[in-house]
Design a binder for this molecule. Structure first.
Ligand code: NAI
Length: 471
């Protein structure tokens, strides 16, 4: 068995692992990155990117259909799902190809195969072709991501009972779609197929959709889903299903309070969360500490075994690509001997529903729970010229600040382009800005960003385009 010595082995080439390997290469570290599936991981292949392509296509379809209000009479707009899928596939191919090139040009060696950690500084790699190699590494980075949770009574069959991976690859629109789990994936993909023509039903176990998100924001999204015909059952659980003679599925649902119902649907999307991939590749044998399946790491990304690092979904919540990437970059710096730490103020959360939700920092409720006296400002998109001009006026921007010092504590957006607008809020939070900084910054007109400036001004009691309350 061949043996080589490198500075680092990165296990997993998703959005945590590949930026880590690229940065290690930039820092002149000898690095091998091992991936058993596709470069780019869940995000590029079956998650963030494919779903956003489908979200944008379905949004464009809906806008075209509803163009009459703007004087656009596109009466015969139709959906060609296979073509949409091929377009989406092309984007994925371009991005994953780009990652392969970036790894190569930065000097990171990609091995397609399975890694097993056999010691604090050794990794055994079995390539797809079955060749084995042992690598001695000064550092090992666990970037193995997470896997879709399966419900025992809804085992995936890849056709009618599906997870997110299959849901972004459907070649036809389900007539009746049941989504189990009203979380991020359930609502994002549920919205796609609702826009493309599915009758949508959502069964959510908790009392609110998108649990953990400010209910004031979620309400805007829920209202729109229902307005477009979605049935939403909260505090409800899907118990199991039987197949009808015509191929449809009869799904039994516990609606709480002793009530039950049977829903007849064609496809069930199970989206009840992800679990970290931490088992079966040597961590247990080495005594690497885990917590509910996660492999926690300190501010420098180190696990309890200092030569073994963890980044991304496997290291803990939130399971978000941008958090994984930043952690990967930090760990690369640490391995190369630089000073770095996971010391950001906040990780933004973005949900690509309609309208989008984006949040950073503390919510009003969280700030109050910490005993902070807050000052809140809010600006609705209904009062904004640009929002009217793009015919997307639902939602608002809300800023939360310390009442006395005016330091910004949180930014919460539901509305058009929330996913893009939040970056200004994140920069402001990271720089410990004050309401005055946001309010005094000249924002170009007419843009959606003006809502951020006006929300800050509203918190200070002098927004121009809405009535102000005395703060
Ligand atoms: P999630 O945790 O967002 O939502 C799961 C939902 O299922 C929760 O609302 C939960 O209460 C509900 N649930 C659990 N068991 C249930 C049951 N038996 N019956 C009915 N409801 C049940 O998980 P999701 O949507 O699967 O997403 C997985 C991960 O992927 C999340 O951590 C999320 O952050 C990440 N993700 C992020 C995206 C983004 O940033 N835009 C997009 C998609 C996924």
């Amino acid at each position: 068995m061949a043996t080589r010595t490198v500075d680092a082995v990165v296990i997993g080439a998703g959005t945590g692992g590949y930026p880590c390997a690229i940065r290690l290469g930039q820092l002149k570290q000898k690095v091998i990155i091992v991936e058993k599936d596709e470069v780019g991981g869940v995000c590029l292949n079956w998650g963030c990117i494919p779903s956003k392509a489908l979200i944008s296509a379905s949004h464009t379809y809906e806008k075209a259909k509803n163009g009459a209000v703007m004087g656009l009479l596109a009466d015969n707009v139709r959906v060609d799902v296979p073509k949409m899928q091929d377009w989406k596939g092309g984007i994925v191919k371009k991005l994953t190809g780009g990652v392969r090139t970036l790894l190569k040009t930065n000097g990171a060696e990609l091995i397609v195969g399975t890694a097993r950690i056999t010691g604090p500084n050794t990794v055994e790699i079995t390539t797809r072709e079955g060749q084995k190699e042992t690598i001695d590494a000064r550092a090992i980075v666990v970037a193995t991501g997470s896997t879709t949770i399966e419900l025992p009574s809804f085992k995936f069959d890849g056709k009618q009972i599906i997870g997110a991976k299959e849901a972004v690859s459907l070649r036809e629109v389900p007539k009746r779609l049941l989504v189990i789990g009203g979380g991020v994936i359930g609502l994002e993909l549920g919205t796609v197929y609702q826009k493309l023509g599915s009758e949508l039903t959502v069964v959510e176990a908790t009392p609110t959709l998108l649990p953990g998100t400010d209910p004031e924001l979620t309400a805007v999204v829920e209202r729109k889903l229902v307005k477009h015909g979605a049935k939403i059952f909260k505090n409800a659980k899907a118990l199991g299903y039987e197949k009808n003679k015509d191929g449809s599925l009869a799904v039994k649902v516990d609606l709480g309070d002793g009530k039950h119902d049977t829903l007849v649907v064609d496809t069930v999307l199970v989206a009840v969360g992800m679990r970290p991939n931490s088992a079966g590749f040597g961590l247990e044998e080495l005594g690497v500490k885990t917590d509910k399946g996660f492999v926690p790491s300190d501010l420098n990304g180190r696990t309890n075994i200092p030569s073994i690092y963890s980044v991304g979904d496997v290291s803990g919540q939130p399971m978000l690509a941008h958090k994984a990437t930043k952690e990967g970059e930090v760990v690369a710096e640490i391995i190369a001997g630089h000073k770095a730490a996971k010391d950001w103020v906040s990780i933004p959360g973005v949900i690509f529903t309609d309208p989008e939700i984006a949040t950073g920092g503390l919510s009003e409720a969280q700030a109050k729970e910490r005993g902070i006296d807050v000052r809140v400002g809010k600006f609705p998109f209904t009062a904004l010229g640009k929002a009217m001009a793009i015919n997307e006026t639902e939602g608002f921007i809300k800023v939360v600040a310390d009442k006395k010092s005016h330091e910004l504590l949180g930014v919460h957006i539901v509305g058009p382009e929330a996913s893009n607008l939040i970056s200004e809020g994140m920069l402001a939070l990271e720089m410990h800005s004050f309401l005055e900084d946001l309010g005094l910054t000249v924002h170009p007109h007419p843009t959606l960003g003006e809502a951020m400036m006006e929300a800050a001004q509203h918190a200070l009691g002098h927004a121009i385009h809405v009535m102000n309350k005395n703060q």
